[in-house]
Design a protein. Structure first.
Length: 374
């Protein structure tokens, strides 16, 4: 997903000749920090946007630089690293004041930001360029890292072996300026990417109340709609505005026919709102082909607009999904969907109205435009 967001920008940089002077900018950034007599720690934990954001919240950390290390290619580009052929991993260098924050704390924070049992990538990003690694700068860091990893392994917190490597530091190449402080410069896209990667879901499940160690929580939910009031129209208005099928589905809990409804095969980019109240419910970003003949989504745009209820019809227990303000029957949610959520929101087309991305501003849903900007 991340490569889709960055690919177009990086291509434009190459075509326009904007790579000229990039190496100088990278060197100047590192030189400036080294003059401040700060110590350096280097970690790789998958997407450097996410790990950078986590470490920059620590008191005593002056700056975190995203970059590439571990490979043979000098001054690699994002494209070279993301191809998996450079030998490099996406990594970050942490410039910190040891009088304020210890290396022990950095290591403990690192474990709480990654999956230490997966050496084939991290969460939504797969490949050796995303594997977790601790790069030590001296023997003290090496000993602390190895002891911390051993303690984590002995804790049996994970049901798989801890496979995170601990290696001597190698030349580090700061990434392009576009990737630095990405979570600050592109907060909506960053939050959306992070939540959809599965990172926070895994960390919450693995660590629970022990997740945050001197870390300020990084927003992990999809961008929420601005505070708007959505109300259910009167029954008289609903019967006048809705088609017979829309009324039967949303108000009488009917089910439309599979493969014979408006959106089951819709592949356009945009969002889906409650046909009655207008509440933003789902996005094409989370839509997938389930083979059922109904629109299916891995997650809602914003859980605050949904209500789940137990449904014992058809002689079985199911979970019905309704819109919160409109109280429209939408469909059901099942736990047989694809990762990272494992959920399948099976929704009736008749309960939805589709708004294409090019009309989001016009229709008053401008807060979701960034979801479709690549």
């Amino acid at each position: 997903m991340k490569s889709l967001m960055t690919g177009m920008v990086c291509a434009l940089l190459v075509l326009s000749g904007c790579n000229q002077g990039v190496d100088d900018n990278r060197s100047q950034r590192s030189l400036k920090l080294s003059r401040e007599n700060l110590q350096i720690a280097t970690f790789a934990g998958g997407c450097f946007w996410c790990v950078e954001a986590g470490f920059e919240k620590l008191k005593g950390v002056h700056e975190v630089i995203s970059g590439y290390t571990g490979g043979d290619v000098k001054n690699p580009t994002y494209e070279e690293v993301s191809s998996g052929n450079s030998g490099h991993v996406e990594a970050i260098q942490v410039y910190y004041d040891p009088a304020v924050v210890s290396y022990n704390t950095l290591i403990e924070s690192f474990w709480r930001q990654i999956n230490p049992t997966d050496d084939g990538g991290q969460f939504g990003d797969r490949g050796q360029q995303y594997r977790p690694v601790v790069f030590y700068h001296d023997e003290t860091q090496k000993v602390i890292a190895e002891e911390s990893r051993a303690a984590l392994e002995a804790s049996t917190r994970f049901n798989k072996p801890v496979v995170t490597e601990i290696l001597a530091v190698e030349p580090f190449y700061p990434a392009e300026d576009y990737h630095q402080d990405y979570y600050k410069k592109n907060p909506i896209r960053y939050q959306f990417y992070r939540s959809h990667s599965g990172r926070d879901q895994f960390l919450e499940k693995s660590w629970g109340s022990d997740l945050h160690l001197d870390l300020t929580e990084v927003p992990a939910t999809p961008p929420k709609a601005a505070a708007k009031r959505y109300e259910k129209p009167s029954d008289e208005v609903l019967q006048r505005q809705l088609t017979t099928l829309q009324y039967e589905v949303t108000q009488k809990e009917a089910t439309e026919k599979p493969f014979q409804n408006e959106y089951w095969d819709n592949k356009r980019e945009g969002i889906y709102v409650d046909v009655a109240s207008g509440e933003p419910l789902f996005s094409s970003v989370d839509k997938f082909e389930s083979g059922t003949g109904w629109p299916s989504f891995t997650r809602p745009l914003n859980e605050d607009y949904l209500v789940e209820r137990k449904d014992f019809k058809l002689f079985m227990s199911r979970t019905e999904v309704r819109s919160k303000s409109g109280d429209s029957h939408l469909g059901h949610v099942f736990s047989d969907g694809p990762q990272p959520t494992g959920q399948r929101y099976c929704v009736n087309s008749a309960a939805l109205r589709f708004i294409p991305k090019e009309k989001l501003l016009e229709e008053g849903y401008g807060e979701f435009v960034d979801l479709f900007e690549k």
